[in-house]
Design a binder for this molecule. Sequence first.
Ligand code: IPD
Ligand code: CA
Ligand code: CA
Length: 269
Amino acid sequence: MTLSITTGVLIQADRWLATAQRIALEAGALMRKQWRQTHTIRSKGYRDIVTETDLAVEQLVIERLKASYPDHAITSEESGAEDSAASIRWLLDPVDGTTNFARSNPNFCITMAAIEGESPVAGVVYDPLRDHLFSARRGGGATLNGKRIQTRDTTQIAEVMFAVDWPRNPAARREMWQYAGKLIEQARTLRALGSAALNIVYVAPGWFDLYMARSLHAWDQTGAAVIAMEAGAVLGTLSGAPWTPSSPDPVVAATPALLEAFYTLQEGI
Ligand code: IPD
Ligand code: CA
Ligand code: CA
């Protein structure tokens, strides 16, 4: 995986990460306040909804990011991609796990990443109910609430606790069923939290060993992906192409050997 970033960017990345952490904590407090309320839910597509909290959190975060970094661009799930030639872009998912949040299921988070071109620079995932703040910048290692985290040393499929996300599209869902079905026959067990960012970031402290999805967006996965990478995970894709933030079909594995074993198992699908 190349995903290289320039030295000038690396020098500033710690400051950007600190800003993202501060904003995620503030946004998380708002989510905590609102999650048990009755929500205003609007459908924005097939199996896809948005609540008033998604919009309020998004507005807060965009205001804070713009105040700190007026020269950076922002792509956010609900308001789209800012048209800008800025070299640094923030990817924001104000509430990842909206379907959970809308019914007061506690599995959701806010996630943000700074990218330079197609290379992740720094990422944050904050689960406000558990007060779990996952963070990383490239080359700096990954932390959970300030303490270093590391992936599990899992190399055998038999030991794997894996997670998936279910795509919205029925055909893609059938395909995911095939991938997951092949793996669950041999793995320890399968979980699906309903938040791509949480599913991915749980590989970082060894809570999961492997994750796969179809149909993700850059804002769903990039913050968690950089944290998982910095904790020792390797990234690939179901299509076999190298992973980038725009890959719709990431595979995140705790070790290189596990990623290889996964690909061997799935041959022929
Ligand atoms: C969704 C969640 C879900 C995943 C979807 C995402 P949202 O994000 O991460 O787990 O299966 O693909 O779109 O809509 O809750 O931000
Ligand atoms: Ca999302
Ligand atoms: Ca969202």
